[in-house]
Write a protein that binds this ligand. Structure first.
Ligand SMILES: Cc1cc2nc3c(=O)[nH]c(=O)nc-3n(C[C@H](O)[C@H](O)[C@H](O)COP(=O)(O)OP(=O)(O)OC[C@H]3O[C@@H](n4cnc5c(N)ncnc54)[C@H](O)[C@@H]3O)c2cc1C
Length: 245
């Protein structure tokens, strides 16, 4: 269990990387325990966990950490929701701006099941924790087989699309583009793309394989994927999820 700390995040870089989606990089400082004791400036978290950022005294929002612990920066991938308290504040943020934060929180993390095929299912910014998880698995001495099923309306919706190709040699990327029958994706990408929803990409998996599913994104997607996996006979203990709403 990682110790929950409070501190400040300082904005170092900000880049629009997909439709309504901004990548933020922060450094952290002024770390303290919840009882107010100052601690060394080392933020320990497990890939898959999230931080909570404060925008007003009562408005705190959760964001999955996309960076790995080794990167010693906090990278967040955030969809800007018009009128949203956190969204508006982050959209307007300038380099050097400071946000109070708490964390790490959450139990969404990689299993240690030997030889399991790890299948990550993401829509939208649900990709964020998978960057940290996949890169961490890739750095193990014997990385497990990994597949990323990634859905959006079209390729412009998908953050990390090009970067995902370099996360691991053990990773296969499959895209479900629900509103792009022409499947327009950058030419250099090594991935399969189909004109479908992410749920269709589950068809090849069957319960006789040793597969674990990691689901992250909006509640509707997570629920649909969960229902399909239950119909296919996958056990609940092979399904891990993080819902954003
Ligand atoms: C564990 C966890 C991890 C999360 N990680 C991420 C992450 O990595 N990246 C990320 O972008 N978000 C993430 N979220 C969602 C995030 O915490 C906020 O809920 C979201 O960014 C909206 O906050 P806001 O303050 O901008 O909008 P609010 O002020 O909370 O909401 C404004 C309006 O927008 C609506 N709304 C809220 N969310 C959405 C949405 N997703 N789509 C459409 N309308 C919406 C609300 O119903 C409300 O009407 C995560 C949530 C959880 C619980």
């Amino acid at each position: 269990m990682n110790t929950i700390l409070t501190g400040d995040l300082f904005l170092q870089a900000k880049e629009t990387v997909a439709t309504d989606t901004i990548k933020f990089n922060f450094t952290f400082d002024n770390l303290k325990t919840l009882t107010g004791e100052a601690v060394e400036n080392n933020f320990v978290f497990t890939p898959g966990q999230f931080v909570s950022l404060g925008f007003t005294e009562t408005a705190w929002r959760a964001y999955s950490i996309a960076s790995t612990p080794e990167e010693q920066t906090i990278e967040l991938m955030i969809r800007i929701v018009p009128g949203g308290i956190g969204s508006e504040a982050l959209n307007a943020a300038k380099l050097g701006d400071k946000f109070p934060f708490k964390g790490p929180f959450g139990h969404f993390q990689l299993s240690s099941t030997p030889d399991a095929h790890l299948v990550f299912c993401a829509t939208g910014t649900g990709i964020a924790p998978f960057r940290a998880m996949i890169k961490t698995e890739a750095a193990q001495s014997h990385p497990r087989k990994m597949t990323l099923l990634y859905g959006g309306k079209n390729a412009d919706d998908l953050a990390y699309l090009e970067e995902a190709n370099s996360w691991s040699d053990h990773l296969t990327v499959k895209l479900g583009l629900s509103r792009d029958p022409d499947l327009k994706i950058p030419e250099n990408l090594k991935c399969d793309a189909a004109h479908c929803r992410i749920t269709t990409l589950l068809e090849p998996f069957n319960k006789d394989e040793k597969v674990e599913f990691y689901l992250c994104g909006n509640g509707a997607m997570v629920k649909s994927v969960q229902e399909i996996l239950a119909e296919k006979g996958f056990e609940k203990n092979a399904i891990f999820m993080e819902r954003f709403n």
